[in-house]
Design a binder for this molecule. Sequence first.
Ligand SMILES: *[C@@H]1O[C@H](CO)[C@@H](O)[C@H](O)[C@H]1NC(C)=O
Ligand SMILES: *[C@@H]1O[C@H](CO)[C@@H](O)[C@H](O)[C@H]1NC(C)=O
Ligand SMILES: *[C@@H]1O[C@H](CO)[C@@H](O)[C@H](O)[C@H]1NC(C)=O
Ligand SMILES: *[C@@H]1O[C@H](CO)[C@@H](O)[C@H](O)[C@H]1NC(C)=O
Ligand SMILES: *[C@@H]1O[C@H](CO)[C@@H](O)[C@H](O)[C@H]1NC(C)=O
Ligand SMILES: *[C@@H]1O[C@H](CO)[C@@H](O)[C@H](O)[C@H]1NC(C)=O
Length: 713
Amino acid sequence: MYRCLLACLILIICSHGYYGKQTVCPDNCLCDGRTYDCSDNDLSVIPSGISIAAKSLDLQKNQITELSNHPFSKLRLLRILNLGFNSLSQINYNDFNGLVNLRTLDISFNRINTIHKNSFRNLNKISDIVLRGNELTNIDGIFTDMNGLVRLDLSNNQIDTISSESFRNMTNLRYLMLGSNRITSIEVKAFNDNSLITFISLTGNPVIDVDGLFIKNNVLSFIELTNCSLETFPKGLPPMTRFLYLDQNNIRSITKKEIEPVESLVNLFISENEIQFIERDAFTGLKSLQELWINFNGITEVPIPPINAKKLHIDNNNIAHVKKDDFQFGSKLETLSIKNNQISVINAETFENLTNLMSLYLGGNNINVLPDNAFKPLLLLKDLGLTGMDFNYLGKDVFNKLNNLEKLTLSYVLIGENALQGNIFKHLSNLRILNLQESPELASKVLESEDMMKSLFTVEAINLMDNNLKTVNSNIMKYLPRLHTIKFERNQFHCDRRLLWLWKWIDMQKYKFENADSLQCFSPPQLRGNTFLSLKSDQFVPTTLKPVVLSTKGQFISKTTQSPHVILNSTNLGNETLTFKKLNDTVNENTDSSSFPPGYVPNQKDLVRSQNQQDKDYEEKINKILIITVVTTLAVVLFAVIVTTVSCLKCNQKKDSYNRTDTFPDNDVTFYVISDEAPPLPPPNTTRKDRGSVSSTRDITNDNVFIIDNDSS
Ligand SMILES: *[C@@H]1O[C@H](CO)[C@@H](O)[C@H](O)[C@H]1NC(C)=O
Ligand SMILES: *[C@@H]1O[C@H](CO)[C@@H](O)[C@H](O)[C@H]1NC(C)=O
Ligand SMILES: *[C@@H]1O[C@H](CO)[C@@H](O)[C@H](O)[C@H]1NC(C)=O
Ligand SMILES: *[C@@H]1O[C@H](CO)[C@@H](O)[C@H](O)[C@H]1NC(C)=O
Ligand SMILES: *[C@@H]1O[C@H](CO)[C@@H](O)[C@H](O)[C@H]1NC(C)=O
Ligand SMILES: *[C@@H]1O[C@H](CO)[C@@H](O)[C@H](O)[C@H]1NC(C)=O
């Protein structure tokens, strides 16, 4: 007992003295205990003065070109060494001498083309070597017999051949990254000694065939073969394979026999191949399969969904018919994407057994008719995508039973003259996101229908981009009291005083959105191209345009005869009991109250302050615009975001000198949606498919329901 204590004491004293030598921290380094951070410093040699007690040494992002004179020979306790992002071109025999305790060596992103065969030989404890992003062509012999190595990252090099020498006697290797090399040839026994390997990536190598390569790798569960040159489904995959990435290859067909042996598959990606044929029951034996991605191929039939699958992506194929029993085993499916096919008929029967479906993407098909109750069995549906459709009949009860629907995408939709049978939104009592981008006729009808607007009172975000709108009435905010995001970009706004509410509103909220800057006037000619925020309130021209009112129920008063005022009882906002009251026909063009958001009557002080602020902001804005023009030009083309009411109201409450009233400034009964020009045509050289689809495979579905996104259907 005493002896033990004594030994401990001696050990403590000794080690204390030992570590006590660590006194100085080299220039340019940050030292924290035994951790030395000398990264990002233009160092060309390893700094001296690193304590022999050092445990971690970070030298990345310097200019080190060579490791001469065994720079690490004293660092026997070092565990982590990072030499990434330097300019090393070779690793010599003795470079890492002394690093007998090193666990992790990172030499990524140098220019290493040569590594001496025995360079890593004395790294007795090494488990992780990162050589990503170098210029290695031949790796034979370098790693042989390193039976302690667990992870080896050789991606982004120029390796062309893997031989049976390459990874011989590496019995502990678990993770092997070989992506983005030039590997065309892999010897059949190359991985035979790697019996513990669980992850292998060969992504981005022009390898044609991997048959039988992994036959001895019994615990291999994650195989990445994306963007290789495979022409058939790989044979001899280990039965434990759970995640298999075969996307971006040249596979033409898949049979049940080929796929059956991989019985543990959880996720299977075969997107972007050239598959024309899949045996209908090919996947039925895969009891663990949760996600199946066969999109961007040429299949013409819906394969039977694996019995437990949650996600089935068969979009962007050539499927023309969905048969009644296609989804009979789909009761576990939560996501189904069949957009961008050639389907022309769907009805409630089609989806009868998909009772757990939460996301359905149907856009870009040839469906012209959506009857009443089309989605009736989908009681749990949250997200419905109907992008790029050309409807000539939309039943008024088409969305019946979808009272869990939160997101509805109706972008790039054309509707025939009498397609809309009524208030299609009336069943959607939980809708939060509505996307009507580039659907001008539909958008007009919705905005002009009091009924529909009332049904949308739960909506929090609405996309109205590309809809040829000339103006939008401020009472959109009243109908949609929860609205916090509007996308308004690329309309044809006529900058008269009716839009002052928007101008003011953007101005007050501008710091919350990046793209408010890009909202422009389309007319009158003298204001064309000016951004809203570059204008002063008195530059908005008097209201002269007589809006076209397309009333669906005849309950709106034509603007050509009257401009009634409205009182909307704010305590009843969003309530079916909205009350309207006609007050006065005259519109006072000169009162500045219309430059403030609905419901506010500013006093004189506010008007002056607002103007000064406006000028100041304008200067700032111009400066900012100059700086960011280049950056935003691209971005601007993509998005315009304008946020609204909820935050607007809050913001206004702070400006307590405004008096709240429930009176709108002017012209508020009707939504002015003036579409006296033809609706925009699809961009030339694009098909419906192009407009509604995304090219990348895996991020096709944006599951974030809080964001308006155009691609989710
Ligand atoms: C594997 O490597 C270890 C240590 O490097 C060595 O002792 C052993 O002989 C090697 N085995 C074979 C079969 O080469
Ligand atoms: C696919 O791999 C090739 C190299 O084989 C590479 O040049 C190309 O960029 C990769 N494509 C994608 C989409 O990653
Ligand atoms: C729904 O599932 C049941 C039971 O599996 C089956 O009998 C029925 O035919 C299925 N319905 C459809 C339309 O596939
Ligand atoms: C607004 O609604 C409240 C509550 O329903 C009611 O007490 C009030 O009289 C209404 N005001 C007007 C102007 O209609
Ligand atoms: C509308 O508001 C009134 C008064 O606030 C309330 O009594 C009524 O239940 C509301 N109706 C609905 C449908 O929310
Ligand atoms: C309508 O407005 C005019 C001008 O603002 C005013 O003189 C008139 O009294 C108003 N009429 C009513 C009924 O409020």
